[in-house]
Design a protein around this ligand. Structure first.
Ligand SMILES: Nc1ncnc2c1ncn2[C@@H]1O[C@H](COP(=O)(O)OP(=O)(O)OP(=O)(O)O)[C@@H](O)[C@H]1O
Ligand SMILES: [Mg+2]
Length: 358
């Protein structure tokens, strides 16, 4: 593919002397589903508002389709936003809400009517034209907010935690709705969430942010399986993160036991962080394990058992398995080489600062 549709170049933004975005660089391809993922306050909404034109960066440029649009007002940009708090106009009917932007643009009546019908169909609310906002459920109101944004035929839709107010079941339904909608419209989505599962389900590219920095950008599989640092590993799912020594290529020592892995290029006898997902730990007979431990906790989670296995040095391993081992049982820990992920330890205090700080 050619050049990206959107390019953020060296974006810096402070509020009241506090740096919120620090030299942020991000490019988004046409037709992508990109998700900005990170904890509260990391700068997701600010990034989206800068793309949308609601906020001006202190430094840096916003490039859209090769043009510098940094100083262009929102209504001149080929994008539309569904805000974190979707403000529908409660004194207007559903069709008036959807028509709002088109009326401002002085579109003909028949055109607007067609567009409303089309948009309501897309969000599965056929025939809701004359309902009042108050008579709709939260999920339906959310759909109207999305319909209102798509009637303007944007090339990019910016969605800021659009499902945040919905309960789990409805949120999952709406996730599939949004994926379908994106495919039908064939446009670019930039989506903001702090929900890692939502990001993994929906996106083709995830941008993990923390404290105004991009920590890692990649496909869901890449982010989940190959986290580049402890922050990403911890944020993107439950993980065992243990200190280790990279003995040599493809061999790592954890608590004096040697595990074969597939990683290379970390040097010899180098301190590293090792990430092992709970579902990648195989519990076996003690004599068959690379390490041993005692089961100290057991919870049934529906699909799997969640167990805590404490090894002699006191480390508590989180294990997910469909096999159940009772509390008090001695077990062996086995991990396939492929399921061991090696990460460099943070090299400086600066890097430490953007790591885990809870
Ligand atoms: N207009 C503003 N004035 C002052 N500070 C602001 C303003 N907007 C954002 N901030 C601050 O910038 C930081 C990043 O805010 P932002 O809204 O981008 O976070 P976020 O990642 O969207 O968080 P959340 O998940 O809670 O929505 C926060 O510390 C916030 O208080
Ligand atoms: Mg936000």
């Amino acid at each position: 593919m050619g050049q990206p549709l959107i390019n953020l170049r060296n974006i810096t933004k402070s509020f009241d002397g506090t740096m919120v975005l620090d030299d942020l660089n991000l490019s988004v391809k046409e037709n992508a589903f990109v998700t900005l993922l990170g904890p509260s306050g990391c700068g997701k909404t600010t990034t989206l508002r800068i793309i949308g034109g609601f906020e001006r960066p202190d430094q840096g440029q916003v490039i859209f389709d090769g043009q510098d649009i940094t100083n262009l007002p929102p209504n001149k940009r080929q994008l539309n936003t569904v805000f974190q708090k979707y403000a529908l106009f409660t004194h207007m009917s559903i069709s008036e809400n959807i028509a709002f932007g088109l009326k401002i643009k002085n579109k003909p009546k028949a055109y607007i009517k067609d567009k409303i019908k089309y948009a309501l169909k897309l969000v599965n609310l056929d025939g809701y034209e004359n309902r009042t906002v108050d008579s709709l459920s939260g999920g339906q109101q959310q759909r109207i907010a999305i319909a209102r944004a798509i009637v303007n035929e944007p090339r990019v839709l910016l969605l800021d935690e659009p499902l945040g107010a919905l309960d789990l079941k409805l949120r999952q339904d709406m996730q599939y709705e949004l994926i379908r909608l994106k495919n039908e419209l064939g446009i670019t989505f930039i989506y903001v969430t702090h929900d890692q599962e939502e990001a993994l389900t929906m996106s083709d590219t995830i941008v993990v942010m923390n404290q105004g920095y991009i920590q890692q950008m990649g496909s869901p599989e890449n982010i989940y399986n190959e986290p580049e640092n402890a922050f990403v590993a911890d944020f993107i799912g439950e993980s065992n993160i243990v200190p280790g020594i990279m003995v040599r290529d493809e061999l790592v020592e954890i608590f004096n036991a040697r595990f074969v892995c597939v990683d290379k290029g970390f040097g010899t006898n180098a301190p590293v962080d090792v990430v092992i997902r709970p579902e990648d730990i195989d519990l076996v007979a003690p004599e068959q394990g690379t390490l041993t431990g005692v089961v100290t906790h057991l919870i049934f989670k529906g699909v799997h058992y969640e167990m805590e296995v404490t090894s002699p040095d006191g480390f508590e391993w989180l294990v997910h398995s469909t096999d159940m081992f009772p509390v008090g049982q001695m077990v062996g820990i086995h991990v396939d080489p492929f399921d061991i992920q090696i990460m460099n330890k943070p090299a400086s205090e600066d890097e430490e600062a953007v790591g885990i700080n809870e």
